[in-house]
Design a protein around this ligand. Structure first.
Ligand SMILES: Cc1cc2nc3c(=O)[nH]c(=O)nc-3n(C[C@H](O)[C@H](O)[C@H](O)COP(=O)(O)OP(=O)(O)OC[C@H]3O[C@@H](n4cnc5c(N)ncnc54)[C@H](O)[C@@H]3O)c2cc1C
Length: 353
């Protein structure tokens, strides 16, 4: 079966979906791809890794939607962005220009009806959490969310109780088995940027695309931090501030440190609620899940809801003036000290990037 899948991959790119239909007799997976500025987001490539973890013979198609040159750039880069992508499906329409959940769910429904995938996978990002359940409802199946490990093709592990327990779930429903996966749990292969074996690119036939759901939500604008710093979800180093920072002004100290370290800035919910920083920096159960190489927590107590979002970090460093703060229970290195002394000292001693 693997040999057939591979030989199909090397066929010349076909213009529309029937080539994909051919895969339906095998284990095949549709991965929902997010893209920005002509690049596929790393979390979508983590979802491709997860799809491959379902089975070696799994044929993986990446679905990209949007319009214009950005979509075309993203598609051509996606074709050689991960060795496990067999084909890139491109849905080019103004209706799909912005990643609104309703048209995207319709699109997934349409593609699934034509191609009959056995799995549909998305990163557990805001986008995935928005689109996948809607598409699952249209397809009348029950999705499994926040998967961190794939034990067997239909046996998954996902955290429950804010990450304090792991639950093993067997999917017994009909196809497609729909999953959101935690990106940090599925790493990219080392040769992820290979250009030697590019996947084929096919256009999705949108002639039967129903637009019934359009108008239920409207795209207003995209507000992003427009910063040079890495994205919180994918950064190698995260420096997080808690209520101990005391003000938005003091958070600037942490931002300077992040700049020197090439790190992303995170925050606790208490810091977000106090309006020190916007809520897209929140790490935790109701924020982002991160697992960087280095996580530094300044003035963070270590509530379980916060730990749920960072406990898988490789090395955790905590700086807190209270020696009994629970964060020290998960920290690899702890410093009982006043952060207002520690951060300026670090800024002084760490050389410029
Ligand atoms: C349903 C639910 C979901 C939640 N989701 C999240 C979530 O996603 N993410 C999240 O973070 N929280 C979440 N919370 C909130 C969580 O329970 C905690 O309230 C929050 O994490 C506490 O944030 P904090 O550590 O910044 O503040 P605090 O608990 O107030 O801790 C501040 C810490 O700073 C230290 N400190 C103060 N001054 C200094 C100084 N000068 N130097 C060094 N240390 C200092 C103190 O000793 C203290 O340990 C959630 C809560 C609920 C109920």
């Amino acid at each position: 079966m693997a040999a057939i899948a591979r030989s199909l991959r090397r066929r010349s790119s076909s213009p529309s979906l029937p080539a994909a239909t051919f895969f339906s007799r095998f284990m095949n997976t549709l991965v929902l791809g997010e893209h920005e500025n002509g690049f596929v987001k790393p979390s979508s490539l983590n979802a491709v890794s997860a799809a491959k973890a379902i089975g070696e013979d799994n044929s993986v198609s990446l679905l990209l939607a949007g319009s214009g040159p950005e979509l075309r750039d993203a598609a051509s880069r996606a074709a050689s962005s991960h060795p496990s992508i067999s084909q890139v499906l491109v849905a080019d329409s103004d209706v799909l220009k912005h990643p609104l959940a309703e048209p995207w769910a319709e699109l997934v429904h349409l593609v699934q009806k034509k191609c009959g995938y056995s799995y549909i996978v998305s990163a557990s990002s805001s986008f995935g959490k928005n689109v996948l359940p809607r598409a699952a409802a249209l397809l009348d199946v029950s999705p499994i969310t926040d998967v961190t490990e794939i034990l067997e093709p239909r046996l998954f592990i996902r955290p429950i109780y804010a990450g304090n327990a792991l639950c093993t779930v067997r999917y017994t429903g009909a196809n497609p088995c729909m999953l959101t996966i935690r990106p940090t749990s599925f790493s990219l292969p080392h040769n992820a940027d290979t250009t030697s074996d590019a996947a084929s690119i096919s256009q999705v036939d949108l002639s039967t695309f129903t637009e019934d759901t359009l108008g239920k939500s409207t795209w207003l604008n995209n507000t992003s931090q427009n910063t040079e710093r890495p994205d919180l979800g994918n950064a190698n180093i995260v420096v997080t501030g808690g209520r101990g920072l005391k003000s938005a002004e003091n958070f600037k100290l942490l931002e300077k440190l992040a700049e020197k370290l090439g790190a992303a800035v995170g925050a606790t919910r208490a810091a977000v609620d106090a309006e020190f920083v916007p809520n897209d920096l929140q790490v935790g159960q109701t924020g982002k899940i991160v697992a960087p190489q280095l996580y530094m927590a300044f003035g963070v107590s270590g509530a379980i809801q916060h730990l749920a979002g960072m406990r898988d970090s490789k090395v955790i460093v905590a700086i807190n003036k209270d020696a009994d703060a629970p964060i020290f229970q998960v920290a690899d290195y702890g410093l009982v000290a006043d952060l207002f002394k520690v951060i300026p000292e670090m800024l002084e001693k760490i050389p410029e990037k």
